[in-house]
Structures are given as structure tokens and as C-alpha cells.
Design a protein around this ligand. Structure first.
Ligand code: EPU
Length: 440
């Protein structure tokens, strides 16, 4: 029997040039979709990215009574009275974003049985902060190996809650739950990522009073469901924008990013400016240009507004081909260096020690057979293939589709030479790949 393998084939080196539109933000869209459970009428989102993670969360919402309709560049969702609270484990396990149903479903129905969320294997990914904080609002939980069962029969009550450390989806869950709690909730030591501001903006448009002052968020609970007023346009994805800027820098290219609003890019722009990249604003967004060889820059990933962990992999790729020595320290996730092992196969000069990677940049990379293991890492492998000489083949590339909309098309429009192929064993051997080297 012939096996088929879905692989990405990329020919390098290339130089990226041209204009590209940045898609709606994945990590802003997920909490916005979950928040529709709190609304009494139809919600319309525009600029929603077509991504596997978004489709999975929409399907989960549909399974508990949301009428979901895909429209031109978005989605309408109307949460009808529940017909079931059963959430399919096979869907919930596929994405981390399913954890975002915990707060809103509990707040609306006083009960939830949530299969353990999945997502990229980048660390332990505990949910204790979500659970403890919701307990302070009056919920009780039984957390088992494969599911979380929560109840709040008397409804949720506003409380003072301090997170032990900033958590993005934890903050989002609590904001959503507090919207339908009685009284005031004060959340301290919150994450303050731009995606949280998008959620607050959306919930405020539904009639809740929410104030954020740095890492403190105050929510005045409403004893009634929220009411959507007009279509909500999702902001552009700062991680996609950052990844494309890294690609432009690596290929010493010249690109324009088109977007209406892409909050949270400042830290990336400062970082790249410091490396020697030039920027100018255009009527549609931002133009990036490399006029001189870029200097590698060390960085440490930290909660917002620090350097984002979700750009660690693409910016490690950039340091691999920039001049000089750099150190990268990952402080958010304990297991987010899969891509570094793959970079070594291309000839990158890296040394991995615990949560740190040291790197000597050079531009003589060679195409190789690589395995993607997580979303941001798979993007970084693709970026490396743009600079490497010859053919790079990336297997397990489905991770990319979970978080980057039309990414391969976009890179190709800018000058990339990337194709996706289903190959059988014989065709693979024509690329010099033995079946035994493929991951099952
Ligand atoms: N943490 C706990 N207990 C908790 C929650 C978090 O100890 O209950 C710890 C984590 O182990 C981690 C830190 O707190 O060390 C931050 O985790 P956070 O909860 O902020 O992560 P998350 O909400 O699960 C979101 C993004 C991630 C992104 C992180 C950090 C979504 C859907 N996911 O995850 O995005 O890396 O924040 O910015 O918003 C990605 O898009 O590729 C991605 C992984």
C-alpha cells in the first residue's frame, strides 16, 4: 500500500518583495468567539481569519447551540438556548482555545463539562489559575485527567482576585465570567496583551462597564445578557506581521504590510530597528526595508509588553542569519525550542542549554528535511527555508494552518518558491528522502 505524506517543499534562497495584507488575529478571535455565549442576539465579526483553530472553536460553539454562519470575510454567531452542553473531546483536545469556553459557559449556564484543552506541546500548560480564580467567583470544580467539571448553581459573584502571574487566557476567562456575575470584580496582576484589550472593547460594546489600568481590570457585572450593536472588526495579527517582518529581514527584502489596525507591533519594530532594519508608514500600513546587513540581537521572552514568546521561533531564525553572536532566553514556556533542533540540520550554529539558546549568525544554510512540531516553530522552519540553499522539505506542516492564514500563498506572492504536495514513498525518494526518515 502506498503512503501519502503532506509536505511543504521550498526552494531557496529567495528575496521577498511586494505588498501583503495581514489577516485578522488568531489570538484575538478565539476569546471573541467564546464571548458570544454571553450575548442574547446575533454577533457579526469581520476580518476573521480562516484558520483551523477558529473553525474548531466555531464547531464547538455550534455543538452547544450557537447558530454559526460563515460570511464573506467573517462569521455570524447567534447563541440560542442550549440544546446540549456536551463538548466533543476530539474537538476540544485539538486546540488550546477551548479553555476559553470555561468562563462564559459557566457564567451563562451555571455548569460546564469541558474536555481538557489541547494545543501546541510547548510546556505543561496548567489551568490552575483559571480554576482558582473562578472558584473565587463562587464556582466549584472537579478537575480530572481528561475533563473539568464546574458548577455555580447560585450564579457567580464579583470578587477581588489576584493572579499569581499574568495569564492571557486566564485573564480572558475571568473577564468574560465576571460580565454575568453579580457585583464588581477586580482582577489584579492580569496579562495586558492587545488581544485582551480587543476582548474588553467587544464586551463594552455589548453594554458591560470594564476598565483596565495597567495590570488591573475592573468589571461591573450585569445581571443580564449582553447585546451586540454592530459588526465587530477583528484587529490584524501582530504575530503574523512580526513573522513576515522577520522573513523580510532574513531575505534582505523590501515589503509593505497592509492593515487597518495592528496593535502591539511596537516591541517588534523597536527590536528590528535596533538590528538595522528601516521602516516607513504608507497609506495602507507599513513598509520595511533592509539597506544594510542586520546585526543579531539577544532577547528574553516575557509577558506583554515584553518580547512575545509567540515570536521567539521566527526571531531565532532571524538571529541565525544575522551578523554576530546572540542569546535567546524563553521565560514563558518550558519546551519551546523544537525548531532550534531542526535549524541545526540546516547548518545553523546554535547551542541549546535549558531555557537558553546561543547563536552565531551566518548565511550559509543548506536545505534539509525538517519536522514541524508546533505552530510558531513551523513558521520559523519555513522562514529558514527562504534563506537556505536548495530544497527544504517540511513534514507535519498542518501546524501552520492552525494559526497563519494563507501563509504560503502570501510568501509566494512576495517571491517565495513554496509548494504543498501529497507525495507517495516513491516520489519522496526522488527528493532524496527515505521513508524511514519520515515521522509517522
Ligand atoms: N500558567 C500557569 N497556570 C495557569 C495558566 C498559565 O502556571 O493556570 C503559566 C503558564 O505555564 C505559562 C504562563 O503562565 O508559563 C503564561 O501562560 P498563559 O496562560 O498566558 O498562556 P495561554 O493563555 O495558554 C496564550 C496564547 C499563547 C501564548 C501565551 C503567552 C492563546 C489562545 N494562546 O496562551 O499563544 O504563547 O498566551 O503569550 O491566546 C500561539 O499562538 O502559538 C500560542 C501558544
Amino acid at each position: 500500500m502506498q503512503n501519502n505524506h503532506n509536505i511543504i517543499i521550498s526552494q531557496g534562497p529567495v528575496c521577498l518583495k511586494g505588498s501583503v495584507r495581514i489577516s485578522g488575529s488568531k489570538n484575538a478571535s478565539l476569546p471573541l468567539l467564546a464571548a458570544t455565549v454571553l450575548f442574547k442576539n446575533k454577533v457579526v465579526f469581520t476580518n476573521l481569519p480562516h484558520l483551523d483553530d477558529i473553525g474548531t472553536l466555531a464547531a464547538l460553539l455550534s455543538s452547544i447551540g450557537s447558530q454559526v454562519e460563515w460570511i464573506n470575510d467573517g462569521l455570524t454567531l447567534e447563541h440560542k438556548d442550549k440544546h446540549s452542553l456536551y463538548l466533543d473531546p476530539n474537538m476540544a483536545n485539538k486546540i488550546r482555545g477551548s479553555i476559553l469556553l470555561l468562563g462564559p459557559i459557566l457564567a451563562r449556564y451555571g455548569e460546564i463539562r469541558l474536555p481538557m484543552p489541547g494545543g501546541c506541546p510547548i510546556g505543561k500548560r496548567p489551568i490552575d489559575f483559571h480554576i482558582h480564580a473562578l472558584e473565587q467567583l463562587g464556582a466549584t470544580f472537579i478537575v480530572e485527567e481528561h475533563q473539568i467539571y464546574g458548577v455555580a448553581p447560585a450564579g457567580l459573584k464579583g470578587a477581588y482576585i489576584r493572579f499569581p502571574k499574568p495569564t492571557v487566557t486566564g485573564t480572558e476567562n475571568l473577564i468574560m465570567a465576571a460580565c454575568l456575575a453579580s457585583g464588581i470584580t477586580v482582577l489584579e496582576n492580569c496579562a495586558c496583551d492587545n488581544e485582551i484589550d480587543e476582548l474588553i472593547k467587544f464586551l463594552k460594546s455589548g453594554g458591560v462597564s470594564i476598565e483596565r489600568n495597567h495590570t488591573t481590570i475592573i468589571i461591573e457585572g450585569k445581571n443580564q445578557f449582553l447585546e451586540a450593536q454592530s459588526p465587530f472588526k477583528i484587529a490584524s495579527d501582530r504575530m503574523e506581521a512580526g513573522s513576515l517582518l522577520a522573513a523580510c529581514a532574513m531575505t534582505e527584502g523590501h515589503i509593505e504590510l497592509k492593515y487597518e489596525s495592528c496593535p502591539g507591533l511596537d516591541v517588534v519594530l523597536e527590536h528590528l530597528t535596533d538590528m538595522g532594519m528601516d521602516f516607513s508608514t504608507t497609506p495602507h500600513g507599513l513598509r520595511a526595508l533592509v539597506n544594510k546587513p542586520l546585526r543579531a540581537r539577544s532577547f528574553i521572552t516575557e509577558p506583554h509588553p515584553g518580547f512575545p514568546t509567540d515570536l521567539q521561533a521566527p526571531f531565532m531564525a532571524l538571529n541565525c542569519v544575522s551578523h554576530g553572536f546572540s542569546m535567546i532566553e524563553e521565560r514563558i514556556w518550558e519546551n519551546r525550542f523544537f525548531h532550534a533542533e531542526e535549524f541545526l540540520k540546516m547548518g545553523a550554529q546554535l547551542s541549546i542549554q535549558g531555557s537558553q539558546v546561543s547563536c552565531h549568525g551566518h548565511r550559509t544554510l543548506q536545505g534539509a528535511l525538517l519536522t514541524a512540531q508546533d505552530l510558531r516553530g513551523s513558521c520559523a522552519l519555513l522562514l529558514m527555508s527562504l534563506v537556505a540553499k536548495g530544497t527544504t522539505i517540511i513534514q507535519k506542516n498542518h501546524h501552520l494552518d492552525r494559526g497563519y492564514e494563507f501563509f504560503i500563498n502570501k510568501i509566494n506572492m512576495l517571491g517565495g518558491k513554496i509548494s504543498r504536495q501529497w507525495c507517495n514513498d516513491k516520489e519522496l525518494s526522488e527528493y532524496g528522502i527515505k521513508r524511514s526518515s519520515l515521522v509517522a
